[in-house]
Design a protein around this ligand. Structure first.
Ligand SMILES: Cc1cc2nc3c(=O)[nH]c(=O)nc-3n(C[C@H](O)[C@H](O)[C@H](O)COP(=O)(O)O)c2cc1C
Length: 190
């Protein structure tokens, strides 16, 4: 089997999805959908993530230096797709049904329906052209009590059903195609 060389591209490399929660200047919550999210080591586990362009999420993070990252599961997919395809500049973006709580350690909005919420504080911003990389300290992880059950890891992951993305499509934890970007939001009530 041969190989071909391609320009920068990451198809067939599935990524886990998170909704980043921030407050704007009037303390109104904003959520955006992100997949460029991973981990690094600084004596303990940290989070590294990157945002392209100047999004409402980034403006809020630059101002407050804190945000939440909420794991996206299948039950959140329709609303997550909406939050990933509508800009925070649209005044109606946040007029969707969301159960929004507060972080335990940081003053950040969290999604109560997500089973894992990171509370993150930015340690460093790295600016490259019009992209921003953020290295974050994990100040707290909120995890649903249901994940402390006696089930196996496999059973728990199958139950919470985290969503992955690649090739501009969403995929279930077991690899089922859950639709292209912009499709699941069509299931939301107007
Ligand atoms: C599946 C998916 C993944 C995304 N991942 C990222 C990402 O990792 N980085 C980024 O800058 N934008 C990403 N976006 C785009 C933002 O979610 C989108 O621009 C959103 O409107 C930002 O919300 P905001 O304007 O409220 O900040 C993604 C969009 C989708 C649909």
């Amino acid at each position: 089997m041969g190989k071909k060389s391609l320009k920068p591209y990451n198809d067939y490399c599935p990524q886990t999805l998170f909704l980043y929660g921030t407050y704007d200047e009037d303390k109104k919550p904003d959520f955006g959908l992100f997949c460029w999210f991973s981990y690094f080591w600084h004596g303990e586990m940290g989070v590294m993530c990157s945002i392209g362009g100047n999004k409402t999420t980034l403006e809020n993070i630059k101002r407050n230096k804190i945000f939440s990252a909420n794991l996206v599961t299948e039950n959140l997919l329709s609303v997550a797709d909406h939050l990933g395809t509508v800009s925070g500049k649209d005044p109606n973006k946040m007029n969707v049904e969301l159960d929004i709580g507060k972080g335990e350690v940081l003053d950040v909005p969290v999604l109560n329906d997500s089973p894992v919420n990171f509370e993150l504080e930015v340690m460093d911003f790295i600016y490259k052209h019009d992209g921003t990389v953020m290295l974050c300290k994990i100040r707290n992880v909120l995890q649903d009590d249901s994940l402390s059950s006696n089930e196996t890891f496999e059973e728990k992951l199958m139950r919470i059903a985290p969503v992955k993305t690649t090739c501009k499509h969403y995929f279930s934890y077991t690899g089922k195609d859950l639709g292209g970007w912009g499709e699941p939001r069509k299931n939301l009530k107007d």
